[in-house]
Design a protein around this ligand. Structure first.
Ligand SMILES: *[C@@H]1O[C@H](CO)[C@@H](O)[C@H](O)[C@H]1NC(C)=O
Length: 303
């Protein structure tokens, strides 16, 4: 039951939000709204205790960051052996020509890895760390709780799928995106995947020239991995999609979009002909993935 105080708070919060933008009434502001920060338009590194010990992350606040206006949040996971600054440069999520609205957070894996493959650090739950991290960011910054997203490259992309498959730790996200995903936790079927709701918007991009995490599946450095089309067909079932259509975008890039719950592209896959195991960055000859990810995230919010 809402107390009178809670009701007046909501009325007040709605009024504030409406003042900014008539559409923002649906935003759900986090506990960090109203707290000021001295690095707007910049990035900072922080650390805190969570599963795996002292965990570090980098955070970018866009120059339009407003303490009273809830912003979307994207968590970007680096690949195995990567770093927060490396995935920040690859994605350019801290570059306002690519991302001018979202708070971007780049966490560091323990020993450079994320849970899932055999080479990950034993005993570390990056799912628990992720929930701790998201809660910490929501408590310290003004985040739209209906617009929290996860993106990742390779081991980080596989971990994004691990999150999407988690009933306890995936539900806080509105949509997921992965590049060259190393899908060690979702190999053969649905026994390891219990999404918190259906459908869950997911975008994946993969090169057919990937020899580290082969498009046709097999075995990666961290164990068995599924064929990408087979893994996609499982998400198509999980998301209750009714069919898909494919468009050729040129440069050996095709986009397959599934219609799920009446929405075209709720499940989307970029297939990059001959592309190696690499994030399609701004200098990539075939595709710059980040603007596609940002567009995809902008189309999805959690109700
Ligand atoms: C955690 O790691 C960061 C980055 O390496 C370091 O600056 C900080 O002092 C560490 N904190 C603790 C409590 O060890």
């Amino acid at each position: 039951m809402l107390t009178n105080a809670a009701v007046s708070f909501f009325v007040l919060a709605s009024a504030v939000l409406q003042g900014v933008d008539g559409l923002t009434i649906q935003k759900r502001g986090s506990a960090g709204c109203g707290k000021s920060h001295n690095f707007i338009g910049e990035t900072r590194d922080f650390s805190f205790e969570s599963s795996g010990g002292n965990r570090t992350y980098r955070i970018f606040l866009p120059s339009g960051y407003d303490v009273n206006n809830p912003q979307p949040l994207v968590i970007a996971y680096h690949g195995s052996g990567g770093t927060p600054s490396a995935i920040e440069s690859l994605t350019k999520f801290s570059d306002e020509s690519i991302n001018s609205k979202m708070v971007a957070v780049y966490p560091a894996g323990v020993n450079g890895n994320w849970q899932g493959p055999t080479y990950a650090t034993p005993g570390v739950s990056d799912k628990v760390f992720t929930t701790d991290l998201v809660n910490r960011i929501k408590n310290n910054y003004c985040i739209d709780e209906s617009r929290v997203y996860a993106a990742g490259q390779s081991n980080g992309g596989g971990f994004v799928n691990t999150l999407a498959c988690s009933p306890e730790h995936g539900g806080q996200f509105a949509a997921f995106a992965a590049s060259s995903a190393a899908l060690y936790t979702d190999v053969t079927g649905d026994e390891t995947c219990h999404p918190s709701r259906s459908p869950l918007p997911f975008l994946e991009s993969h090169g057919t020239g990937d020899t580290t995490i082969p498009y046709e599946g097999g075995t990666g450095r961290g164990g068995p991995i599924p064929a990408i089309p087979e893994w996609l067909s499982r998400w198509s079932t999980r998301n209750k999609c009714t069919g898909s259509s494919t468009s050729e975008l040129g440069n050996g890039v095709s986009l397959q979009e599934w219609t799920c719950s009446g929405e075209k592209g709720l499940l989307s896959h970029y297939k990059l002909e001959g592309h190696p195991h690499a994030y399609p960055s701004e200098s990539d000859a075939q595709l710059f993935l980040s603007p596609k990810i940002i567009d995809f995230f902008n189309r999805h919010k959690k109700s």
